[in-house]
Write a protein that binds this ligand. Structure first.
Ligand SMILES: Nc1ncnc2c1ncn2[C@@H]1O[C@H](COP(=O)(O)OP(=O)(O)O)[C@@H](O)[C@H]1O
Ligand SMILES: [Mg+2]
Length: 262
């Protein structure tokens, strides 16, 4: 079997809390001894209530957060051992899509500038036809190249953010609550887009959400987090059909009736 795209072993992250004591001694233990693997081409969903440590864990995959202990290997590299150049190369292979597209895009840059800048930052030039193709792959027409963020809707902006993530042809996309800030009506479109990318381009996914219904539909495997720990993991359908841990059972119970398996 090929090396997994992500291999986390007994990873913890403790944040210093100014003047206070968080849970389990000094500081706040946001991630507590987690081991998690994402295979090549696999879509893994990380689900859990707000504050359970999902974003912190996801950010350790590409070195945005440095673990207090444990090992993170991403695309074969020990992230802690990478220097600046190594981290740059890693971040080229691991793209992120965040919750709020408006906040993640520069309001003063057109879509063309946004896409050109990410390519230029990694020493790549591009042509208009390549940019048009990139936009087409996320379902946007060429007219978006000249638009500023305020000239597009939330759903369209999230498509732009996905295009930016795709620009460098990543091996892994980390999507952290990518639809939480969007209107309900466009959520499914964005999720379907991400699912298409996984299927058509073989990109691996780490999909973070507090919503089990979302995770279930778009992930092969689910890991359930509670208070910094992974409390249950397994194939999506199985987790949904017979949740074992009380935390998972609560997440399933919170899922609207219409989305329960029949
Ligand atoms: N940079 C930080 N400094 C201090 N505490 C943090 C920081 N980032 C996250 N935390 C805390 O760590 C815990 C987990 O946060 P987070 O990973 O964002 O959870 P989730 O994404 O599941 O909502 C929370 O209690 C949060 O307040
Ligand atoms: Mg989060």
């Amino acid at each position: 079997m090929s090396t997994p795209i992500v291999e986390m072993t007994d990873v913890s992250k403790r944040f210093r809390t100014p003047g206070g004591f968080g849970r389990r001694g000094a500081g706040l233990l946001a991630v507590d001894g987690v081991s998690l693997t994402v295979g090549r081409g696999e879509a893994v969903g990380l689900v859990g209530e707000s504050g359970s440590g999902k974003s912190t864990l996801a950010r350790m995959v590409n070195g945005l957060v440095v673990p207090t202990s444990g090992t993170v290997r991403t695309d074969g590299d020990d992230v802690a051992a990478l220097g600046r150049r190594g981290l740059r190369r890693l971040r080229r292979r691991v793209a992120m899509v965040f919750q709020d597209p408006l906040a993640s895009l520069n309001p003063r840059q057109t879509v063309r500038q946004t896409l050109e800048n990410v390519l230029r930052a990694h020493g790549e030039t591009t042509s208009t036809s390549e940019l048009v193709e990139l936009l087409a792959s996320v379902g946007l027409g060429p007219d978006y190249l000249g638009r500023y963020p305020h000239e597009a809707s939330g759903g369209q902006l999230q498509r732009v953010a996905v295009a930016r993530a795709l620009a460098l042809k990543p091996d892994l996309i980390i999507a952290d609550e990518p639809t939480s800030a969007l209107d309900v009506s466009v959520r499914a479109q964005i999720l379907n887009l991400l699912a298409d990318l996984q299927r058509d381009h073989g990109i691996s996914f780490l999909h973070v959400s507090h919503d089990l219904a979302v995770i279930r539909l778009y992930s092969d495997r689910v890991a359930v987090m509670q208070r910094g720990r992974i409390v249950e993991t397994g194939p999506s359908e199985e987790i949904f059909r017979s949740p074992q841990h009380p935390c998972t059972q609560a997440l399933v119970a919170a899922t609207p009736e219409a989305e329960l398996p029949t």
